[in-house]
Design a protein around this ligand. Structure first.
Ligand code: 0O2
Length: 249
């Protein structure tokens, strides 16, 4: 009897370690995707004079939400089943300036060798009946732990500022009315989603026009290589070194 008690305690300790490792893998997966996005963002800032990434948020689903989803979907309660079936435990949301940025960014992530694309849901080309828009990707990435490699699912949602604004308001209304939004409000939300999509298209069109004018001006004045009207420092250095060399000759 006393031995049984000891075994239970050991098993409990093992379970605690297993659960901690299980949740940690998702935290590391978020960290890994965040690092990838930060690298892309920094490169956009340094190399191109434009950064499509407005902001990034990540979260690990709480154990309570995981269990609710397991119950709702009728999955088995084992860790293996949760790992395989609940693919949004790690979630990263990227907000971009324009719709085209969403696809540029998703292609960049798709092309990274260690990211496996498991599923893509394009709610921009096919919005949900309530008006929801976003690009969702379920990806799998390897997480290298002390004694094993854990292939971990992450849900990446990419959307514009307008799509994000709509989704966060809809989310609040959805929970305020306990998931039963009154018909009038649901219609208003659908209309607001159409207006938001129209705004996205207009802003993108404006951005294209402004870029085209900027390129034309740069070509005309031959200043395409200037950074904010200044000769880049590295180019200045090379030019003055070249000048010194000529003078010495
Ligand atoms: P949270 O708190 O953001 O994590 P499922 O995951 O089974 O519920 P499905 O079809 O597998 O649904 O996933 P889907 O359609 O890719 O959507 C999952 C997530 O997208 C949701 O996560 C939301 O974040 C977001 N989403 C999807 N539809 C809507 C919508 O109509 N309105 C809003 N505001 N967000 C939506 P969670 O787990 O529901 O919430």
């Amino acid at each position: 009897m006393e031995n049984d008690h000891i075994i239970d305690l050991n098993r409990l300790k093992e379970m605690r370690v297993e659960l901690t490792r299980f949740m940690m893998a998702y935290k590391f997966a978020c960290d890994e995707i965040n690092t990838k996005i930060n690298i892309l963002s920094d490169e956009f800032n340094y190399i191109h004079d434009y950064n499509p990434i407005e902001h990034v948020k990540s979260r690990v689903k709480s154990p309570e939400s995981i269990f609710k989803k397991v119950l709702r979907k009728g999955y088995d309660f084992s860790l293996d089943s949760i790992r395989e079936n609940i693919r949004d435990i790690a979630g990263v949301r990227i907000t971009c300036s324009f719709i085209s940025d969403i696809y540029v960014l998703s292609d960049m992530l798709k092309n990274q060798g260690d990211i496996k694309i498991v599923e893509v849901k394009d709610y921009i080309k096919n919005p949900k009946p309530n008006g929801y828009q976003s690009l969702h990707m379920i990806v799998e990435i390897p997480i290298f732990m002390t004694d094993r490699t854990e292939n971990t699912y992450v849900e990446i949602q990419i959307r514009t500022i307008a799509m994000d604004f709509w989704a966060s308001l809809e989310h609040k209304i959805y929970y305020k009315y306990n998931k039963e939004i009154p018909e009038r409000l649901a219609n208003e939300l659908r209309n607001a989603a159409v207006v938001a999509a129209e705004l996205d298209r207009k802003m993108e069109q404006l951005q294209k026009e402004v870029s085209a004018i900027k390129e034309e001006n740069e070509e005309e004045t031959g200043l395409a290589f200037l950074e904010n009207g200044q000769i880049p420092t590295i180019l200045m250095k090379t030019l003055s070194e070249y000048q010194k060399k000529i003078e010495q000759e």
